[in-house]
Ligand binder design. Structure first.
Ligand code: ADQ
Length: 469
Protein backbone atom coordinates (compact mmCIF):
# COMPACT_ATOMS: atom_id res chain seq x y z
CA UNK A 1 0.00 0.00 0.00
CA UNK A 2 1.58 3.31 -1.02
CA UNK A 3 0.43 6.74 0.03
CA UNK A 4 -1.40 9.08 -2.34
CA UNK A 5 0.41 11.61 -4.49
CA UNK A 6 0.43 15.23 -3.31
CA UNK A 7 -0.96 16.42 -6.65
CA UNK A 8 -4.60 17.38 -6.88
CA UNK A 9 -6.67 15.11 -9.13
CA UNK A 10 -7.88 16.23 -12.56
CA UNK A 11 -10.43 13.39 -12.77
CA UNK A 12 -12.48 12.20 -9.80
CA UNK A 13 -15.10 9.48 -9.53
CA UNK A 14 -17.41 9.74 -6.53
CA UNK A 15 -19.51 6.71 -5.61
CA UNK A 16 -21.06 5.30 -2.46
CA UNK A 17 -18.56 2.41 -2.51
CA UNK A 18 -14.88 2.28 -3.38
CA UNK A 19 -13.77 -0.01 -6.24
CA UNK A 20 -11.61 -2.10 -3.86
CA UNK A 21 -12.23 -4.79 -1.25
CA UNK A 22 -10.10 -5.27 1.85
CA UNK A 23 -8.36 -8.63 2.23
CA UNK A 24 -6.75 -9.62 5.54
CA UNK A 25 -3.79 -11.96 4.98
CA UNK A 26 -2.84 -14.84 7.27
CA UNK A 27 -0.09 -12.78 8.89
CA UNK A 28 -2.63 -10.06 9.68
CA UNK A 29 -1.40 -7.63 7.02
CA UNK A 30 -3.95 -5.92 4.83
CA UNK A 31 -4.26 -5.77 1.04
CA UNK A 32 -6.82 -4.16 -1.17
CA UNK A 33 -8.00 -5.96 -4.30
CA UNK A 34 -9.93 -4.37 -7.12
CA UNK A 35 -13.59 -5.39 -6.97
CA UNK A 36 -14.65 -6.96 -10.23
CA UNK A 37 -17.11 -4.75 -12.03
CA UNK A 38 -17.76 -3.04 -15.32
CA UNK A 39 -17.58 0.47 -13.95
CA UNK A 40 -14.08 -0.02 -12.56
CA UNK A 41 -12.88 -1.72 -15.75
CA UNK A 42 -14.17 1.19 -17.83
CA UNK A 43 -12.90 3.98 -15.64
CA UNK A 44 -9.51 2.65 -14.56
CA UNK A 45 -7.76 3.59 -17.85
CA UNK A 46 -9.23 7.11 -17.69
CA UNK A 47 -8.09 7.50 -14.09
CA UNK A 48 -4.61 6.26 -14.86
CA UNK A 49 -4.30 8.50 -17.91
CA UNK A 50 -5.55 11.63 -16.18
CA UNK A 51 -4.17 11.08 -12.67
CA UNK A 52 -7.40 10.34 -10.93
CA UNK A 53 -8.95 9.62 -7.58
CA UNK A 54 -11.92 7.48 -6.53
CA UNK A 55 -13.78 8.73 -3.47
CA UNK A 56 -16.17 6.38 -1.65
CA UNK A 57 -16.98 4.38 1.47
CA UNK A 58 -14.71 1.42 2.25
CA UNK A 59 -17.48 -0.76 3.69
CA UNK A 60 -16.61 -0.89 7.42
CA UNK A 61 -18.69 1.28 9.78
CA UNK A 62 -17.04 3.37 12.48
CA UNK A 63 -13.60 3.07 10.95
CA UNK A 64 -11.29 5.61 9.36
CA UNK A 65 -8.98 4.39 6.58
CA UNK A 66 -6.18 6.59 5.26
CA UNK A 67 -6.14 7.37 1.50
CA UNK A 68 -3.75 5.25 -0.56
CA UNK A 69 -2.50 4.73 -4.09
CA UNK A 70 -3.76 1.66 -5.93
CA UNK A 71 -3.28 0.42 -9.53
CA UNK A 72 -2.27 3.85 -10.77
CA UNK A 73 -4.81 6.08 -9.05
CA UNK A 74 -5.73 7.34 -5.58
CA UNK A 75 -8.29 5.69 -3.35
CA UNK A 76 -9.92 8.07 -0.87
CA UNK A 77 -12.03 6.31 1.79
CA UNK A 78 -14.91 8.24 3.35
CA UNK A 79 -15.80 7.13 6.90
CA UNK A 80 -19.40 6.33 7.85
CA UNK A 81 -20.59 5.73 11.41
CA UNK A 82 -22.76 2.70 12.16
CA UNK A 83 -25.68 5.10 12.65
CA UNK A 84 -25.05 6.68 9.23
CA UNK A 85 -25.01 3.24 7.62
CA UNK A 86 -28.42 2.62 9.16
CA UNK A 87 -29.88 6.02 8.33
CA UNK A 88 -28.19 7.30 5.16
CA UNK A 89 -27.51 3.95 3.43
CA UNK A 90 -30.02 1.34 4.60
CA UNK A 91 -32.61 3.98 5.43
CA UNK A 92 -32.93 6.91 3.04
CA UNK A 93 -31.02 5.35 0.12
CA UNK A 94 -32.41 1.83 0.26
CA UNK A 95 -35.74 2.05 2.05
CA UNK A 96 -36.92 5.49 0.76
CA UNK A 97 -35.31 6.22 -2.63
CA UNK A 98 -34.75 2.67 -3.96
CA UNK A 99 -38.40 1.53 -3.75
CA UNK A 100 -39.73 4.91 -4.86
CA UNK A 101 -37.47 5.05 -7.92
CA UNK A 102 -38.59 1.50 -8.79
CA UNK A 103 -42.25 2.44 -9.21
CA UNK A 104 -43.05 1.91 -5.49
CA UNK A 105 -43.04 -1.88 -5.91
CA UNK A 106 -42.86 -1.84 -2.11
CA UNK A 107 -43.91 1.17 -0.03
CA UNK A 108 -41.12 3.69 0.55
CA UNK A 109 -40.68 4.87 4.14
CA UNK A 110 -39.79 8.46 4.92
CA UNK A 111 -38.11 9.49 8.17
CA UNK A 112 -36.70 12.93 8.89
CA UNK A 113 -33.62 11.58 10.69
CA UNK A 114 -32.79 9.42 7.62
CA UNK A 115 -32.96 12.51 5.45
CA UNK A 116 -30.76 14.51 7.85
CA UNK A 117 -28.19 11.74 7.72
CA UNK A 118 -28.36 11.59 3.90
CA UNK A 119 -27.63 15.32 3.78
CA UNK A 120 -24.77 15.04 6.29
CA UNK A 121 -23.08 12.21 4.38
CA UNK A 122 -23.53 13.94 1.00
CA UNK A 123 -21.90 17.03 2.51
CA UNK A 124 -18.92 14.94 3.68
CA UNK A 125 -18.44 13.50 0.20
CA UNK A 126 -18.73 16.93 -1.45
CA UNK A 127 -16.21 18.48 0.97
CA UNK A 128 -13.67 15.75 0.26
CA UNK A 129 -14.03 16.22 -3.51
CA UNK A 130 -13.73 20.00 -3.20
CA UNK A 131 -10.48 19.51 -1.28
CA UNK A 132 -8.92 17.05 -3.73
CA UNK A 133 -9.95 18.38 -7.14
CA UNK A 134 -7.46 20.34 -9.25
CA UNK A 135 -8.59 23.57 -10.90
CA UNK A 136 -11.11 22.85 -13.70
CA UNK A 137 -11.06 19.12 -12.89
CA UNK A 138 -13.77 16.76 -14.10
CA UNK A 139 -15.86 15.08 -11.40
CA UNK A 140 -18.20 12.20 -12.13
CA UNK A 141 -20.75 11.48 -9.37
CA UNK A 142 -22.47 8.07 -9.40
CA UNK A 143 -25.94 7.11 -8.37
CA UNK A 144 -28.89 7.73 -6.09
CA UNK A 145 -26.99 7.75 -2.78
CA UNK A 146 -25.24 11.01 -3.74
CA UNK A 147 -27.83 13.20 -5.45
CA UNK A 148 -27.08 16.29 -3.36
CA UNK A 149 -23.36 16.25 -4.16
CA UNK A 150 -23.50 18.04 -7.56
CA UNK A 151 -25.14 21.18 -6.13
CA UNK A 152 -22.94 21.20 -3.00
CA UNK A 153 -19.86 20.94 -5.17
CA UNK A 154 -21.04 23.60 -7.59
CA UNK A 155 -21.37 26.02 -4.70
CA UNK A 156 -17.94 25.18 -3.28
CA UNK A 157 -16.08 24.87 -6.58
CA UNK A 158 -17.74 26.62 -9.54
CA UNK A 159 -14.66 25.89 -11.69
CA UNK A 160 -15.34 22.12 -11.80
CA UNK A 161 -16.98 20.17 -14.62
CA UNK A 162 -19.56 18.01 -12.88
CA UNK A 163 -21.28 14.96 -14.34
CA UNK A 164 -23.87 12.75 -12.64
CA UNK A 165 -25.09 9.32 -13.72
CA UNK A 166 -28.12 7.55 -12.24
CA UNK A 167 -27.85 3.74 -12.47
CA UNK A 168 -31.45 3.06 -11.45
CA UNK A 169 -34.73 4.19 -13.05
CA UNK A 170 -36.08 7.70 -12.55
CA UNK A 171 -39.80 7.60 -11.69
CA UNK A 172 -42.67 9.62 -13.17
CA UNK A 173 -43.41 13.00 -11.58
CA UNK A 174 -46.61 11.69 -9.93
CA UNK A 175 -44.56 9.29 -7.77
CA UNK A 176 -41.62 11.65 -7.27
CA UNK A 177 -43.87 14.24 -5.67
CA UNK A 178 -44.34 11.92 -2.66
CA UNK A 179 -40.81 12.70 -1.45
CA UNK A 180 -40.98 15.35 1.28
CA UNK A 181 -37.58 16.73 0.16
CA UNK A 182 -38.17 16.44 -3.59
CA UNK A 183 -37.20 20.03 -4.39
CA UNK A 184 -33.84 19.77 -2.67
CA UNK A 185 -33.06 16.51 -4.47
CA UNK A 186 -33.88 17.93 -7.89
CA UNK A 187 -31.86 21.05 -7.17
CA UNK A 188 -29.02 18.80 -5.99
CA UNK A 189 -28.89 17.10 -9.36
CA UNK A 190 -29.22 20.37 -11.25
CA UNK A 191 -25.83 21.33 -9.81
CA UNK A 192 -24.29 19.08 -12.49
CA UNK A 193 -23.39 20.13 -16.05
CA UNK A 194 -24.60 16.82 -17.43
CA UNK A 195 -27.11 14.41 -15.86
CA UNK A 196 -27.14 10.94 -17.41
CA UNK A 197 -29.89 8.32 -17.20
CA UNK A 198 -30.19 4.74 -18.43
CA UNK A 199 -33.14 5.35 -20.77
CA UNK A 200 -34.82 8.22 -22.64
CA UNK A 201 -37.92 7.62 -20.46
CA UNK A 202 -35.97 8.24 -17.25
CA UNK A 203 -34.34 11.37 -18.73
CA UNK A 204 -37.76 12.60 -19.80
CA UNK A 205 -39.23 12.02 -16.30
CA UNK A 206 -36.44 14.10 -14.77
CA UNK A 207 -36.73 16.81 -17.42
CA UNK A 208 -40.44 17.21 -16.64
CA UNK A 209 -39.61 17.69 -12.96
CA UNK A 210 -36.75 20.09 -13.60
CA UNK A 211 -39.04 22.13 -15.79
CA UNK A 212 -41.29 22.76 -12.78
CA UNK A 213 -38.51 24.29 -10.67
CA UNK A 214 -38.51 28.07 -10.27
CA UNK A 215 -36.39 29.88 -12.81
CA UNK A 216 -35.72 26.82 -14.98
CA UNK A 217 -36.52 27.08 -18.67
CA UNK A 218 -36.59 24.04 -20.94
CA UNK A 219 -36.01 21.28 -21.55
CA UNK A 220 -38.95 20.49 -23.77
CA UNK A 221 -39.59 17.41 -25.86
CA UNK A 222 -37.36 18.58 -28.67
CA UNK A 223 -34.32 19.42 -26.62
CA UNK A 224 -32.30 18.06 -23.69
CA UNK A 225 -31.04 21.32 -22.23
CA UNK A 226 -32.38 23.08 -19.13
CA UNK A 227 -31.32 26.67 -18.52
CA UNK A 228 -31.28 27.80 -14.90
CA UNK A 229 -32.14 31.29 -13.66
CA UNK A 230 -28.42 32.22 -13.44
CA UNK A 231 -27.98 31.33 -17.14
CA UNK A 232 -26.10 28.08 -16.46
CA UNK A 233 -26.98 25.23 -18.80
CA UNK A 234 -27.62 21.61 -17.69
CA UNK A 235 -27.75 18.76 -20.20
CA UNK A 236 -30.13 15.87 -19.47
CA UNK A 237 -29.61 12.76 -21.58
CA UNK A 238 -29.74 8.96 -21.74
CA UNK A 239 -26.54 6.86 -21.77
CA UNK A 240 -27.49 3.16 -21.62
CA UNK A 241 -24.81 1.37 -19.63
CA UNK A 242 -23.27 -1.87 -20.89
CA UNK A 243 -20.61 -4.47 -20.08
CA UNK A 244 -17.07 -5.42 -21.04
CA UNK A 245 -18.46 -7.78 -23.72
CA UNK A 246 -15.09 -8.96 -25.06
CA UNK A 247 -13.79 -9.58 -21.53
CA UNK A 248 -16.81 -11.72 -20.69
CA UNK A 249 -16.57 -13.57 -24.00
CA UNK A 250 -12.89 -14.37 -23.50
CA UNK A 251 -13.50 -15.58 -19.97
CA UNK A 252 -16.40 -17.80 -21.07
CA UNK A 253 -14.30 -19.25 -23.92
CA UNK A 254 -11.44 -20.35 -21.66
CA UNK A 255 -10.84 -24.12 -21.19
CA UNK A 256 -11.22 -23.81 -17.40
CA UNK A 257 -14.68 -22.28 -17.72
CA UNK A 258 -15.69 -24.91 -20.30
CA UNK A 259 -14.61 -27.61 -17.92
CA UNK A 260 -16.42 -26.05 -14.99
CA UNK A 261 -19.55 -25.77 -17.15
CA UNK A 262 -19.36 -29.45 -18.08
CA UNK A 263 -18.98 -30.49 -14.45
CA UNK A 264 -21.94 -28.32 -13.48
CA UNK A 265 -24.18 -29.80 -16.16
CA UNK A 266 -23.26 -33.31 -14.98
CA UNK A 267 -23.90 -32.34 -11.37
CA UNK A 268 -27.35 -31.11 -12.39
CA UNK A 269 -28.05 -34.54 -13.94
CA UNK A 270 -27.52 -33.65 -17.61
CA UNK A 271 -31.02 -32.37 -18.28
CA UNK A 272 -31.86 -31.36 -21.84
CA UNK A 273 -33.05 -27.92 -20.68
CA UNK A 274 -31.48 -25.72 -18.02
CA UNK A 275 -33.33 -22.51 -17.22
CA UNK A 276 -31.10 -20.04 -15.37
CA UNK A 277 -31.70 -16.90 -13.34
CA UNK A 278 -29.13 -14.82 -11.42
CA UNK A 279 -29.87 -11.67 -9.47
CA UNK A 280 -29.13 -9.79 -6.33
CA UNK A 281 -31.83 -10.95 -3.93
CA UNK A 282 -33.91 -7.82 -4.44
CA UNK A 283 -37.68 -7.38 -4.57
CA UNK A 284 -37.38 -5.40 -7.81
CA UNK A 285 -36.06 -8.43 -9.71
CA UNK A 286 -39.42 -10.25 -9.94
CA UNK A 287 -38.14 -13.44 -8.28
CA UNK A 288 -41.46 -14.34 -6.64
CA UNK A 289 -43.27 -14.10 -9.98
CA UNK A 290 -40.57 -16.02 -11.88
CA UNK A 291 -40.45 -18.89 -9.39
CA UNK A 292 -44.23 -19.09 -9.22
CA UNK A 293 -44.51 -19.30 -13.03
CA UNK A 294 -41.89 -22.03 -13.32
CA UNK A 295 -43.34 -23.94 -10.34
CA UNK A 296 -46.76 -23.98 -12.03
CA UNK A 297 -45.23 -25.23 -15.29
CA UNK A 298 -43.72 -28.18 -13.35
CA UNK A 299 -47.01 -28.84 -11.52
CA UNK A 300 -48.93 -28.86 -14.80
CA UNK A 301 -46.42 -31.25 -16.37
CA UNK A 302 -45.48 -28.76 -19.09
CA UNK A 303 -41.94 -28.83 -17.73
CA UNK A 304 -40.74 -32.35 -17.01
CA UNK A 305 -38.34 -32.59 -14.11
CA UNK A 306 -36.72 -35.64 -15.66
CA UNK A 307 -35.60 -33.33 -18.41
CA UNK A 308 -35.48 -29.77 -17.09
CA UNK A 309 -33.93 -27.93 -14.16
CA UNK A 310 -34.35 -24.36 -13.06
CA UNK A 311 -31.06 -23.05 -11.62
CA UNK A 312 -31.47 -19.86 -9.60
CA UNK A 313 -28.60 -18.01 -7.99
CA UNK A 314 -29.35 -15.09 -5.66
CA UNK A 315 -26.64 -12.81 -4.28
CA UNK A 316 -27.18 -11.82 -0.64
CA UNK A 317 -28.08 -8.15 -0.59
CA UNK A 318 -29.03 -5.43 1.95
CA UNK A 319 -29.73 -8.10 4.52
CA UNK A 320 -30.50 -5.73 7.39
CA UNK A 321 -33.30 -3.96 5.52
CA UNK A 322 -36.70 -5.38 6.52
CA UNK A 323 -38.15 -5.91 3.02
CA UNK A 324 -35.07 -7.93 2.04
CA UNK A 325 -35.45 -10.19 5.10
CA UNK A 326 -39.08 -10.81 4.14
CA UNK A 327 -38.11 -11.54 0.55
CA UNK A 328 -35.45 -14.04 1.55
CA UNK A 329 -37.93 -15.99 3.69
CA UNK A 330 -40.58 -15.88 0.95
CA UNK A 331 -38.20 -17.28 -1.65
CA UNK A 332 -36.96 -20.04 0.70
CA UNK A 333 -40.56 -21.03 1.33
CA UNK A 334 -41.60 -20.90 -2.32
CA UNK A 335 -38.62 -22.95 -3.52
CA UNK A 336 -39.11 -25.46 -0.69
CA UNK A 337 -42.78 -25.90 -1.55
CA UNK A 338 -42.11 -26.46 -5.25
CA UNK A 339 -39.29 -28.92 -4.61
CA UNK A 340 -41.27 -30.84 -2.02
CA UNK A 341 -43.99 -31.49 -4.62
CA UNK A 342 -41.40 -33.39 -6.65
CA UNK A 343 -42.16 -37.01 -7.54
CA UNK A 344 -38.53 -38.11 -7.68
CA UNK A 345 -35.72 -37.97 -5.18
CA UNK A 346 -33.11 -37.80 -7.91
CA UNK A 347 -33.22 -34.18 -8.87
CA UNK A 348 -34.86 -31.03 -7.48
CA UNK A 349 -37.03 -28.95 -9.79
CA UNK A 350 -35.26 -25.83 -8.61
CA UNK A 351 -31.55 -25.78 -7.77
CA UNK A 352 -31.41 -22.66 -5.61
CA UNK A 353 -28.26 -21.10 -4.14
CA UNK A 354 -28.18 -17.98 -1.98
CA UNK A 355 -24.59 -16.94 -2.55
CA UNK A 356 -22.22 -14.86 -4.58
CA UNK A 357 -19.90 -16.72 -6.97
CA UNK A 358 -16.64 -15.82 -8.75
CA UNK A 359 -17.01 -14.34 -12.20
CA UNK A 360 -15.62 -17.50 -13.84
CA UNK A 361 -18.29 -19.66 -12.18
CA UNK A 362 -20.93 -17.20 -13.32
CA UNK A 363 -19.57 -17.45 -16.88
CA UNK A 364 -19.81 -21.27 -16.65
CA UNK A 365 -23.42 -20.95 -15.55
CA UNK A 366 -24.21 -18.70 -18.50
CA UNK A 367 -22.63 -21.38 -20.69
CA UNK A 368 -24.93 -24.14 -19.49
CA UNK A 369 -28.06 -21.98 -19.54
CA UNK A 370 -30.24 -23.01 -22.47
CA UNK A 371 -32.79 -20.45 -21.35
CA UNK A 372 -31.84 -17.29 -19.45
CA UNK A 373 -34.67 -15.69 -17.52
CA UNK A 374 -34.62 -12.03 -16.40
CA UNK A 375 -37.89 -10.78 -14.91
CA UNK A 376 -37.54 -7.44 -13.05
CA UNK A 377 -40.65 -5.50 -12.11
CA UNK A 378 -38.50 -2.44 -12.85
CA UNK A 379 -34.74 -2.20 -13.52
CA UNK A 380 -32.52 0.69 -14.60
CA UNK A 381 -30.73 -1.45 -17.18
CA UNK A 382 -29.94 -5.08 -16.11
CA UNK A 383 -26.43 -6.24 -16.90
CA UNK A 384 -27.16 -9.95 -16.41
CA UNK A 385 -29.07 -10.05 -19.71
CA UNK A 386 -26.09 -8.51 -21.53
CA UNK A 387 -23.54 -10.75 -19.80
CA UNK A 388 -25.47 -13.85 -20.89
CA UNK A 389 -25.37 -12.76 -24.52
CA UNK A 390 -21.64 -12.00 -24.36
CA UNK A 391 -20.89 -15.43 -22.84
CA UNK A 392 -22.76 -17.58 -25.33
CA UNK A 393 -20.85 -19.48 -28.02
CA UNK A 394 -23.78 -21.08 -29.78
CA UNK A 395 -27.05 -19.66 -31.02
CA UNK A 396 -29.31 -22.41 -29.78
CA UNK A 397 -30.33 -20.58 -26.64
CA UNK A 398 -32.86 -17.97 -25.59
CA UNK A 399 -33.17 -14.85 -23.47
CA UNK A 400 -36.47 -14.17 -21.72
CA UNK A 401 -36.56 -10.53 -20.67
CA UNK A 402 -38.95 -8.28 -18.77
CA UNK A 403 -40.24 -5.32 -20.71
CA UNK A 404 -39.62 -3.27 -17.54
CA UNK A 405 -35.81 -3.62 -17.68
CA UNK A 406 -33.97 -0.72 -19.33
CA UNK A 407 -32.18 -3.38 -21.40
CA UNK A 408 -35.46 -4.23 -23.15
CA UNK A 409 -35.09 -1.11 -25.31
CA UNK A 410 -31.83 -2.33 -26.86
CA UNK A 411 -32.55 -6.08 -26.69
CA UNK A 412 -35.95 -5.95 -28.31
CA UNK A 413 -35.43 -9.33 -30.01
CA UNK A 414 -35.68 -11.09 -26.63
CA UNK A 415 -38.67 -13.23 -25.64
CA UNK A 416 -40.40 -10.35 -23.90
CA UNK A 417 -42.57 -10.82 -20.81
CA UNK A 418 -44.64 -8.77 -18.41
CA UNK A 419 -43.67 -10.22 -15.00
CA UNK A 420 -47.04 -9.26 -13.52
CA UNK A 421 -48.76 -11.54 -16.05
CA UNK A 422 -47.96 -15.05 -14.76
CA UNK A 423 -49.92 -16.86 -17.50
CA UNK A 424 -48.28 -14.75 -20.20
CA UNK A 425 -44.86 -15.45 -18.69
CA UNK A 426 -45.57 -19.20 -18.62
CA UNK A 427 -46.60 -19.17 -22.29
CA UNK A 428 -43.46 -17.25 -23.26
CA UNK A 429 -41.19 -19.62 -21.32
CA UNK A 430 -42.71 -22.56 -23.24
CA UNK A 431 -42.35 -20.68 -26.52
CA UNK A 432 -38.67 -19.95 -25.82
CA UNK A 433 -38.11 -23.65 -25.07
CA UNK A 434 -40.04 -24.96 -28.06
CA UNK A 435 -39.25 -22.41 -30.79
CA UNK A 436 -37.32 -23.63 -33.82
CA UNK A 437 -33.52 -23.45 -33.63
CA UNK A 438 -33.63 -20.99 -36.57
CA UNK A 439 -35.99 -18.61 -34.77
CA UNK A 440 -33.87 -18.72 -31.61
CA UNK A 441 -30.62 -18.28 -33.53
CA UNK A 442 -31.88 -15.25 -35.42
CA UNK A 443 -32.80 -13.55 -32.12
CA UNK A 444 -29.53 -14.45 -30.41
CA UNK A 445 -27.40 -13.16 -33.30
CA UNK A 446 -29.19 -9.81 -33.42
CA UNK A 447 -28.88 -9.27 -29.67
CA UNK A 448 -25.24 -10.39 -29.48
CA UNK A 449 -24.36 -7.93 -32.19
CA UNK A 450 -25.98 -5.16 -30.16
CA UNK A 451 -24.03 -6.07 -27.00
CA UNK A 452 -20.67 -6.24 -28.77
CA UNK A 453 -21.32 -2.96 -30.60
CA UNK A 454 -22.14 -0.97 -27.43
CA UNK A 455 -19.75 -1.77 -24.62
CA UNK A 456 -18.96 -0.23 -21.24
CA UNK A 457 -16.06 1.68 -22.83
CA UNK A 458 -18.44 3.28 -25.33
CA UNK A 459 -20.72 4.22 -22.45
CA UNK A 460 -17.95 5.92 -20.44
CA UNK A 461 -16.48 7.60 -23.55
CA UNK A 462 -19.79 9.00 -24.72
CA UNK A 463 -20.62 10.39 -21.26
CA UNK A 464 -17.21 11.98 -20.75
CA UNK A 465 -17.12 13.37 -24.28
CA UNK A 466 -20.52 14.97 -23.80
CA UNK A 467 -19.41 16.35 -20.42
CA UNK A 468 -16.24 17.74 -21.92
CA UNK A 469 -17.98 19.53 -24.75
P1 ADQ B 1 -28.02 -4.29 -10.03
O1 ADQ B 1 -29.39 -4.02 -9.51
O2 ADQ B 1 -27.08 -4.90 -9.08
O3 ADQ B 1 -27.35 -2.98 -10.66
P2 ADQ B 1 -27.50 -5.77 -12.60
O4 ADQ B 1 -27.41 -4.73 -13.65
O5 ADQ B 1 -28.17 -7.01 -13.07
O6 ADQ B 1 -28.30 -5.28 -11.32
O7 ADQ B 1 -26.04 -6.12 -12.11
C1 ADQ B 1 -25.80 -7.18 -11.21
C2 ADQ B 1 -24.35 -7.61 -11.32
O8 ADQ B 1 -24.04 -8.50 -10.25
C3 ADQ B 1 -24.06 -8.35 -12.63
O9 ADQ B 1 -22.82 -7.93 -13.11
C4 ADQ B 1 -24.04 -9.83 -12.20
O10 ADQ B 1 -23.17 -10.62 -12.94
C5 ADQ B 1 -23.55 -9.73 -10.77
N1 ADQ B 1 -24.13 -10.83 -9.96
C6 ADQ B 1 -25.43 -11.02 -9.65
N2 ADQ B 1 -25.58 -12.11 -8.89
C7 ADQ B 1 -24.36 -12.63 -8.71
C8 ADQ B 1 -23.84 -13.77 -7.99
N3 ADQ B 1 -24.63 -14.60 -7.29
N4 ADQ B 1 -22.51 -13.99 -8.02
C9 ADQ B 1 -21.71 -13.16 -8.71
N5 ADQ B 1 -22.12 -12.09 -9.39
C10 ADQ B 1 -23.43 -11.81 -9.39
C11 ADQ B 1 -27.72 -1.58 -10.76
C12 ADQ B 1 -29.07 -1.30 -11.41
C13 ADQ B 1 -29.14 -1.97 -12.77
C14 ADQ B 1 -27.98 -1.48 -13.65
C15 ADQ B 1 -26.65 -1.58 -12.91
C16 ADQ B 1 -25.52 -0.89 -13.68
O11 ADQ B 1 -30.12 -1.76 -10.58
O12 ADQ B 1 -30.38 -1.68 -13.40
O13 ADQ B 1 -27.94 -2.27 -14.82
O14 ADQ B 1 -26.71 -0.99 -11.63
O15 ADQ B 1 -25.82 0.42 -13.99
Amino acid sequence: MTSTSDDLATFIVVANRLPVDRVVNEDGSIDWTTSPGGLVTALEPVMQRKGGAWIGWHGAPDETVEPFHHEGYDIVPIPLSAQEVTEYYEGFSNASLWPLYHDCVVDPEFHREWWDSYRTVNTRFAEEVAKRAAKNATVWVQDYQLQLVPRMLREARPDLKIGFFLHIPFPPIELYQHIPWRGELVDGLLGADLIGFQTPGAAHNFARLAHHRDGVTGPDDSDDIATLSDGRVVKIKDFPISIDARGFHELASSPQVHQEAEEMRTELGNPSTIIFGVDRLDYTKGLRQRIRAIGELFDEGKLDQEDCVFLQLATPSRERVEEYKILRNDIDLLVGRINSASDTLARPRIAYRHTSVPRSTLAAMYQIADIMIVTPLRDGMNLVAKEYLACRDDDNSALILSEFAGAALELDEAYMINPYDIDGMKATIMKAINDSPQARAQKMRAMRQQVFAHTIDDWADSFLTELGE
